[in-house]
Every structure is written in structure tokens, then in C-alpha cells.
Design a binder for this molecule. Structure first.
Ligand code: KIV
Length: 271
């Protein structure tokens, strides 16, 4: 008889305990069942169904085109795979900016139709009403400050944000506001490490950095980037843990040549 060990799920409370005890939080994106299975089995704390799916899954230049329905499709595939990690899903561009009622109904759809555990939303003080309204429905919210890719046409470039005093000051105020409202964590994207350090120390909730240095309470990367599937994307903050483009491309080339050479399938590979 096999004895099944209960898997202890990661919750927003676990993440808070990790911050309190100084244990770093590991977060990575996933967008489909198979990848999410591998990521969860590897011991990830948070799996983010990011709107970066718009780039890496659909081939768009920005995160703006992905729809709420498409995010729900990706998220429900991930949720079916995950046994331990907390699954956080991005509210996509256009699904919350209109007003707080729209923000709440988008968040409810993500929780109800995908079975997600929390939502992430880009912005600070200007989205406070939406964040509060989502929170009052019992939906955990993660903030996202610094480089917020849904505003790329306002920024004009993907360079480091908050390098200057005024923007750094606004980011600190936004972070405090999100904490006050009740967010359980905040992603800090592409800001100076010193600023991320200061923000992380001033907040009681965890910060998760991407291109924000080592002093954040956790780190997040896009899975296609860190596995080297996305060959051309090599920003300074990215550590590439594998070169899967080359591994997969090599394997596929071998398959093509075996088929052409009539070497696949062989006697043992047929009925
Ligand atoms: O969409 C995404 O993958 C993200 C991460 C870069 C934090 O928001």
C-alpha cells in the first residue's frame, strides 16, 4: 500500500512567514500544464501566469494584446498542474483600468473560471480603488511597480525605472499605499538595487524583484528567458540556467534527418 504524503500548499501567509524569517521566495512564470508541472515539482513557491504570455506564447511585441479570456485559458491549464505553489495571475491590459467595478469582475473571473489563488495588477496610487475593491471580495492582490510593461507606450523604452529622485519617491509612496491597502506582496521590476533594498526594508510585506537586485525578499524570472528558449533576449539581470533552444533545436533536427533517411521508425518502433 502506498502512503501519500500531503503536500503543504504555499499560501500568502506562508510567504509572509518567509519574509519574517528571512527565507527568500522563488517565483517563476508558467503558462501551460506541462511547464507548470515541472516548475511545481521543482519546489517553486509562486507560479506567475504572467501577461508575458503575450510575448513568449503568442509572439506579440508587447503585453498589451493578450485578453482576459486568453489569460483565463493559460491560468486554468497551470492550476490543473499545480499541487504546491501559489498561483498568481496577471490582470491583463484593458481588464481593470476602466473602473473598480470592471477590475473586480475581471479578478472574479480569474478566480472562478481559472481557479487561481491570487491576482497581480500593475500600478500604484492611481489604481488604489480597484485594489481595495478586489481585496474586499477576499481576493489576494499582488502589486507591480517600477517597469510596468502595460505602460510601455507611456515610458517609450524598457530601460531601468525610478533612477531619478521624483520617480523613486513616487515608487516608495506607491509601495506603502499598496501595503496599506492590503496587498500581500509587490513585484519590483527593473529599478536600481539600492532603491529596491530600501523599499524591501521599509515594507512588512514581501517584495519580489526582477532586475531589482539581491535585497528583494524574492526573485521572479520569465521561464522562457531563464531556460534559454528565448534565444535573443539577454538583459543584464537575466541569469540563463539552460540553453533549451539549442537542446530542442538539435533534437528536432535529428528527428527531421531520421525521418528523411528512413531511419525512424525502426522495426522496434512499429506494430
Ligand atoms: O508578466 C510577467 O511575466 C511579469 C513578470 C515579468 C514579473 O509580470
Amino acid at each position: 500500500m502506498s502512503v501519500h504524503k500531503e503536500v503543504k500548499r504555499i499560501t500568502t501567509h506562508t510567504l509572509q512567514e518567509m519574509k519574517n524569517s528571512g527565507e527568500k521566495i522563488a517565483m517563476l512564470t508558467a503558462y501551460d500544464y506541462s511547464m507548470a508541472t515541472i516548475v511545481d515539482d521543482a519546489g517553486m513557491d509562486i507560479i506567475l501566469v504572467g501577461d508575458s504570455a503575450s510575448n513568449v506564447m503568442a509572439g506579440h511585441e508587447t503585453t498589451l494584446p493578450i485578453t482576459l479570456d486568453q489569460m483565463i485559458y493559460h491560468a486554468s491549464s497551470v492550476v490543473r498542474a499545480v499541487k504546491r505553489a501559489l498561483v498568481v495571475v496577471d490582470l491583463p491590459f484593458g481588464s481593470y483600468q476602466g473602473n473598480s467595478k470592471e477590475a473586480l469582475s475581471s479578478a472574479i473571473r480569474i478566480m472562478k473560471e481559472a481557479g487561481a489563488h491570487a491576482v497581480k495588477i500593475e500600478g500604484g496610487v492611481e489604481i488604489a480603488e480597484s485594489v481595495s475593491r478586489i481585496l474586499t471580495a477576499g481576493i489576494p492582490v499582488m502589486g507591480h511597480l517600477g517597469l510596468t510593461p502595460q505602460s510601455i507606450y507611456k515610458f517609450g523604452t524598457y530601460t531601468v525605472r525610478a533612477k531619478h529622485e521624483a520617480e523613486a519617491k513616487k515608487l516608495k509612496e506607491d509601495a506603502l499605499k499598496l501595503q496599506e491597502l492590503g496587498c500581500f506582496g509587490i513585484v519590483l521590476e527593473k529599478i536600481p538595487a539600492k532603491l529596491a533594498h530600501e523599499v524591501s526594508e521599509s515594507l512588512s510585506i514581501p517584495t519580489i524583484g526582477i532586475g531589482a537586485g539581491r535585497h528583494c525578499d524574492g526573485q521572479v524570472l520569465v521561464i522562457h528567458d531563464m531556460l534559454g528558449i528565448n534565444k535573443g533576449f539577454k538583459p543584464r539581470f537575466l541569469r540563463q540556467y539552460a540553453s533549451l533552444y539549442d537542446v530542442m533545436n538539435g533534437a528536432i533536427k535529428n528527428y527531421v534527418s531520421d525521418v528523411k533517411a528512413k531511419e525512424f521508425p525502426n522495426e522496434k518502433e512499429q506494430y
